[in-house]
Design a protein around this ligand. Structure first.
Ligand SMILES: Cc1cc2nc3c(=O)[nH]c(=O)nc-3n(C[C@H](O)[C@H](O)[C@H](O)COP(=O)(O)OP(=O)(O)OC[C@H]3O[C@@H](n4cnc5c(N)ncnc54)[C@H](O)[C@@H]3O)c2cc1C
Length: 470
């Protein structure tokens, strides 16, 4: 692993401390290793060797899509990252050629669009990032240690370090650093810690969705060739709230996740899980799962609400402190934005540090406030389509939804629009591109043909029967 970049930038300071060693913490530690002499990453869990689940990331057994923008930032931060990931068994998939993808009432064209994404388990993704980080000689990891509070200057205007302890008690220790980054996830205790230092309570918005994910690993059935490698059954909000996705991952396994909004969650017993798959509106998930060998139990994750903390609006905020990832803003995972938004924040912090350490906390929180607008709007405006989800609808909400539906439908049969949609979804293109005059004209004047509306990939069993009788 190259550390070329670690020594190519002028140094902003001697020591930075990150607490929380999940995706946001790992990426930002990588970025900071280019700007500080030393970086210490403090993680409450013990890190095991290899891609293992752990207590601090209960979301690990569920499908995690790494958007292209996030992958790009990881590759910039850790040169050779993509190759490491692929060598570890991550699968490369064309977004249209390899996926059977139902969305907005249409099965998308299977013509390859040339945009490829990586599919792997979340533990493999995190392990690969951690390996890349550990290869940096100026990074130290303190696992099995929890941050229990901050130290501050006499006037509390600057955070000067962290107090750490083994979870459950033991000897307290203090680490001093010029920058402390909170990457401790949506349960971050920063609002309380700042209040204790005399700062006002950070404003917070919650949008309750009660989404439940049920997921299971499977052995990929040998000999089954359904003609697709991955499956996406997107919900048709507000009419249909169930979703399902199946991806091929390392070690010749599948990972299937299904779920729904508003408490209609998948059961965790075998029969109930399959029955949920049957209720997805298409037989593909059901046929696939009923033919595959389960490799372990069904995991359920309940996500109660989107949560945005407006640190950028606080009238006062200490120097020497930054917040990143789910600790700043946590979205309904359905839209696959969490890890990439964390990566974008890490990139933004790196850019702020190019000007040096002075004022970095203030510049960074303002940048993140702006950066969060689009992903927050995309996630919450989809959730707010459900009438029982409480929250303020933006002006022209109905019109925007109508346009969005028509745009997504067009992406089902127009190659150029499909590419644009995939780019916007992967955060490599601004949503503003959906409103170019050429696209608006197409959206307003095109209709899907009868052929498009009746297009269907075959469910697995039909293909399998043919394979067996051939
Ligand atoms: C079911 C589900 C599916 C998801 N799917 C996707 C997806 O497809 N794509 C996507 O991009 N995102 C997805 N996400 C979101 C994604 O998991 C998070 O956005 C991502 O993990 C980044 O979070 P984070 O690093 O900020 O925090 P977390 O992942 O929550 O990690 C916080 C870390 O901090 C540690 N910690 C906590 N407190 C302390 C402390 N005091 N001291 C030291 N360490 C501490 C924890 O042990 C943990 O390791 C999904 C989430 C869920 C729940």
């Amino acid at each position: 692993m190259s550390i070329q970049n670690a020594i190519s930038s002028p140094q902003a300071g001697k020591h930075a401390i990150v607490h929380g060693g999940s995706m946001a913490g790992l990426i930002v530690a990588g970025v900071l290793s280019r700007h500080f002499e030393r970086v210490t990453l403090v993680e409450r869990d013990r890190f095991e060797e290899g891609p293992q689940p752990r207590k601090g990331i209960p979301q690990a057994p569920h499908v995690h899509v790494l958007l292209l923008r996030g992958l790009g930032i990881l590759c910039n931060t850790f040169p050779g990252f993509r190759e490491e990931l692929r060598a570890a068994g991550s699968q490369s998939l064309d977004m249209s050629g390899d996926y059977a993808w139902f969305m907005a009432g249409i099965w998308r064209s299977r013509k390859p669009c040339g945009i490829r994404v990586q599919a792997q388990s979340r533990p493999l993704l995190e392990w690969t990032v951690r390996k890349c980080l550990l290869a940096r000689s100026n990074v130290r990891v303190l696992d099995g240690r929890e941050v229990i509070g901050y130290t501050a200057s006499a006037d509390n205007a600057r955070i000067t370090g962290v107090q750490i302890q083994a979870p459950g008690g033991g000897q307290e220790e203090t680490l001093q650093g010029e920058l402390v980054v909170d990457a401790s996830g949506r349960g971050s205790r920063l609002p309380q810690w700042l209040e204790a230092l005399g700062y006002p309570r950070v404003e917070e918005t919650r949008i309750h969705v009660d989404v439940g994910y049920g997921s299971r690993f499977y052995r990929r059935p040998p000999g089954f060739e359904p003609g697709w490698r991955g499956l996406i059954l997107a919900p048709d909000l507000p009419k249909m709230t169930r979703f399902g996705t199946l991806i091929p991952i390392e070690d010749d396994r599948w990972l299937a996740s299904m779920g729904s909004w508003l408490g209609n969650h998948p059961p965790t017993d075998d029969a109930g899980f399959l029955e949920f798959a049957r209720g997805l509106g298409h037989p593909h998930m059901y046929e696939a799962l009923r033919n595959a060998e389960p490799l372990g139990p069904i995991s359920l994750y309940r996500f109660s609400h989107n949560q945005r903390r407006y640190y950028e609006r606080m009238p006062r905020f200490p120097e020497g402190l930054a917040v990143i990832g789910d600790a700043f803003c946590s979205f309904n995972p359905m839209y696959g934005q969490g890890m990439t938004t964390g990566a974008l924040q890490a990139e933004a912090l790196g850019e702020c540090l190019r000007q040096g350490l002075a004022g970095v906390s203030q510049h960074y929180r303002q940048r993140v406030g702006k950066l969060l607008e689009v992903p927050w709007m995309l996630a919450t405006s989809a959730d707010l389509r459900l009438p029982s989800v409480e929250g303020k609808r933006p002006p022209a909400f109905g019109l925007m939804n109508w346009y969005g539906d028509r745009f997504q439908q067009l992406a089902g049969y127009d190659d150029e629009t499909l590419r644009l949609f995939v780019e916007v979804m992967n955060m490599v293109q601004s949503p503003a591109a959906m409103f170019s005059p050429r696209t608006v004209l197409k959206v307003l004047t095109s209709r899907p043909s009868a052929d498009v509306l009746s297009r269907r990939p075959e469910p697995m069993a039909a293909q399998a029967q043919r394979t067996q009788t051939a």
